[in-house]
Design a protein. Structure first.
Length: 340
């Protein structure tokens, strides 16, 4: 099996990663004062930036202030002394994140840095900002989904800006420990779904809470592990626009696309009907419709259950395609060009 960076091993250790990330975050001293915080902003790109999406999906319902995820060079204009800013960069050297974080610092925001090291970690020391460490031994940012999201959740919980997270962490670890052994090996459901997807291009749909984040994660994992085109959208929004675009070219779309519906127990009741309708319509215009269902106690456990299933499906697709899931030479080339 071609897996030079041991991406399968990293996926298999996701339960341990969740627990370690939570424990490390609980020990970080000197967090900012939460009094008077009027907004939370997360800066991050790629495998680091999705940690902000996880935070917004899981903490948003109980957070008394808005959570904004900013992916780019720009710092939102509303950022100021009342803003809690998380600057997240796995390497600590992400260009966009460093520029946005510096602008937030200049605006007087309360910063917390999440980084393995690099320039951003150095700046955290210079700024006197708390530094959330990243769990060690991870080969790639996308292999560290818990390492870049759980510390944000723990920190927000410690500050009293979302519900207490410890029980959710425990439930997530327990669900991952149940799920992961079923996903490994040639006869696993992950390998079977990868074979069914084959050479079609996946379109992943989730609902507008944790399902949408899971769909985005699946899409990015398809892009980076087996290196294939993939697309994601969310219900109910897609039932107001995208689904209409399937009215034409069915003779083409049936050959090149597969649909994947990500389901969980925390969907809005009206979204359940929209999923049914979307599935019925999609059956006529894609090669196949696949449904993946979450299990676990609570939204965090179910989100990570969907995430780990997607990780193994995309890794299995890489193996079946003869592709090394680890290296990402195109992205490395872009970074090198931008550094020049």
């Amino acid at each position: 099996m071609l897996d030079t960076l041991d991406m399968f091993g990293a996926a298999a250790r996701l339960a341990e990663q969740v627990a370690t990330a939570a424990e490390l975050a609980r020990k970080v001293p000197d967090l900012p004062d939460a009094a008077g915080v009027t907004s939370v902003v997360v800066f991050g790109m790629g495998g680091s930036g999705i940690g902000g999406d996880v935070l917004a999906a899981l903490a948003g319902p109980s957070c008394p202030v808005p959570i904004v995820v900013a992916k780019g060079y720009e710092c939102p204009a509303h950022v100021g002394p009342g803003t809690l800013v998380f600057a997240s960069s796995f390497s600590g050297n992400t260009q966009e994140t460093m520029i946005a974080a510096q602008a937030a610092r200049d605006a007087g925001a309360r910063l917390v840095v999440l980084a393995e090291g690099g320039e951003l970690a150095r700046l955290a020391g210079e700024w006197g900002a708390p530094h959330l460490p990243i769990a060690p031994g991870l080969p790639m940012p996308r292999a560290g989904i818990a390492a870049v999201s759980v510390p944000l959740l723990v920190t927000l919980s410690r500050l009293g800006l979302c519900e207490e997270i410890d029980d959710h962490v425990d439930a997530t670890v327990a669900q991952l420990e149940r799920r992961i052994p079923t996903l490994r090996g040639e006869g696993s459901p992950a390998a079977a779904l990868a074979r069914r997807i084959g050479r079609t291009m996946p379109i992943v749909y989730g609902d507008s809470t944790i399902g949408a984040v899971a769909a985005k994660r699946w899409k990015c994992q398809f892009n980076e592990n087996p290196k294939v085109p993939a697309f994601a959208n969310e219900i109910p929004e897609l039932t107001h626009n995208e689904i209409c675009g399937w009215a034409q070219h069915g003779d083409v779309t049936r050959q090149v696309f597969s649909a994947i519906l990500l389901r969980h127990d925390h969907e809005h009741e009206l979204n359940r009907r929209r999923f049914d309708l979307t599935g019925e319509i999609s059956e006529e215009i894609v090669a196949d419709v696949h449904t993946v269902t979450a299990e676990g106690d609570g939204p965090m456990a179910q989100l990570f259950d969907l995430i780990v299933q997607g990780d193994f499906v995309t890794l299995e697709l890489a193996v079946q395609s003869g592709v090394d899931p680890g290296p990402i030479p195109v992205l490395d080339g872009i970074k090198a060009a931008m550094a020049r």
